[in-house]
Design a protein around this ligand. Structure first.
Ligand SMILES: Nc1ncnc2c1ncn2[C@@H]1O[C@H](COP(=O)(O)OP(=O)(O)OP(=O)(O)O)[C@@H](O)[C@H]1O
Ligand SMILES: [Mg+2]
Length: 133
């Protein structure tokens, strides 16, 4: 018996820089799969992901990791904040990994947190962000 599940069949779309897009669908229809593929964490069985005009099909794992560092990020509701670090530090860590100076990383993290209305939470620990953090 073929138990394979076909998801994201015939999907073709573009998201512009700074565009906000909501993705709404019933459970199990492929939202997480789409995000995993868009972030180059999984490869599609067919089709391609094009990021900033460049086809990602032939990129090495290191190159994919570089794109995730600089161009794509996830904000998860449930996981993946580091509890030992403040909200500001959690947001600054990717820039620090990308070799920004401490000053640059913290300035950028502050701006980003302002953008999402969390400027009053910079020094909070992540477990005080919400009931599920
Ligand atoms: N690791 C896996 N192994 C096998 N099948 C999987 C796996 N992950 C997802 N699937 C299947 O792929 C399909 C899409 O799953 P996906 O997790 O992308 O859906 P979703 O839209 O994110 O669901 P939800 O709204 O519940 O988060 C589902 O039918 C699921 O059964
Ligand atoms: Mg999901």
């Amino acid at each position: 018996m073929d138990s394979s599940v076909n998801v994201l069949d015939g999907i073709n779309f573009t998201i512009a820089e700074r565009e906000s897009v909501g993705l709404v669908s019933p459970s199990g229809t492929g939202k997480t799969t789409l995000l995993q593929i868009a972030a180059l964490l999984e490869s599609p069985t067919s089709g391609s992901v094009i990021i900033r005009g460049k086809c990602a099909d032939t990129l090495s794992n290191d190159e994919k990791a570089g794109i995730r560092l600089r161009n794509i990020g996830f904000v998860y509701q449930f996981h993946n904040l580091l509890p030992e670090f403040s909200v500001l530090e959690n947001v600054a860590i990717p820039s620090l990994i990308g070799r920004a100076s401490k000053r640059e990383a913290y300035d950028r993290a502050t701006i980003l947190l302002h953008h999402v209305g969390l400027e009053h939470r910079l020094s909070h620990s992540t477990n005080r962000l919400s009931g599920v953090a």
